[in-house]
Design a protein around this ligand. Structure first.
Ligand SMILES: NC(=O)c1ccc[n+]([C@@H]2O[C@H](COP(=O)([O-])OP(=O)(O)OC[C@H]3O[C@@H](n4cnc5c(N)ncnc54)[C@H](OP(=O)(O)O)[C@@H]3O)[C@@H](O)[C@H]2O)c1
Length: 212
């Protein structure tokens, strides 16, 4: 089973890589723009996505935990700032599926990443809230178009910290961080389970607002 893990050097990527390495039947190909990974590719470029898939050859699963959005006060936001997240986190992830759906093996899976900010927004991250919502609707709709048993899901993590020091004022007031184990279970379930077109919300229910 060959898995392409994009964003492997980040907070989420390192957690997923560490766990997947424990399984002998899973071969993980790591990807980032600049880190110590098997392949370098920028998901905001369709050409670089095509080159990445060409280097990998046959594959069964894509897990993407790469992509960023613009952060700052809404009052200072420009139209150009909106395109930052649209280009990388939204179109980058959509292109992974658009280009990869012709290349992935039968019954393969795509696992994208949204995030809690689409349901529980905070100030300064409206670009994330909108882009995350776009990714969630993308997997919902793309699922009904995919053929050959190919699946697509999104994981919406709550706050995941590399280390938790118990301080409640940072990075987000009052939110209890999600454990590494819970996050990685969701990515595993999406990549190797049965469901498709889903958003797996991995939140700490004691502190996460759930949109009605
Ligand atoms: N951490 C959290 O609490 C949390 C919560 C909810 C949602 N999320 C979402 O989860 C995703 C990952 O978060 P994170 O905290 O793990 O991020 P991170 O620590 O900043 O790591 C990002 C990873 O992606 C790579 N990367 C970034 N942009 C890329 C691009 N355009 N093409 C290819 N690789 C790229 C980075 O390496 P290079 O810089 O070398 O490319 C790095 O490996 C983000 O979309 C974030 O919004 C995170």
């Amino acid at each position: 089973m060959k898995v392409i893990l994009i964003g492997a050097t980040g907070i989420l990527g390192k957690i997923i890589f560490k766990e997947l390495k424990k399984y002998n039947d899973i071969d993980v190909i790591t990807v980032s723009r600049n880190g110590a990974t098997d392949i370098h590719a920028d998901i905001s470029s369709a050409d670089q996505i095509k080159a990445m898939y060409a280097k990998v050859g046959s594959f069964d699963s894509v897990i993407n935990v790469a992509g960023h959005c613009w952060v700052g006060p809404f009052d200072e936001m420009t139209e150009e700032n909106w395109y930052s997240g649209i280009k990388t986190k939204m179109m980058g992830q959509i292109n992974l599926v658009m280009i990869g759906k012709e290349l992935i093996n039968d019954n393969g899976s795509f696992t994208l990443t949204s995030g809690f900010l689409s349901d529980d927004p905070i100030k300064g991250t409206i670009n994330y809230s909108v882009v995350n919502g776009g990714i969630e609707n993308f997997v919902f709709a793309a699922n009904i178009e995919l053929k050959r048993g190919i699946r697509v899901n999104a994981i919406s993590p709550g706050v995941v910290l590399e280390n938790y020091d118990g301080m409640m004022n940072t990075p987000i007031a009052g939110q209890y961080p999600v454990s590494h184990e819970r996050v990685v279970h969701a990515y595993y379930k999406s990549a190797f389970g049965y469901l498709s077109g889903q958003v797996f919300r991995v939140w700490e229910p004691s502190t996460q607002y759930i949109r009605k």
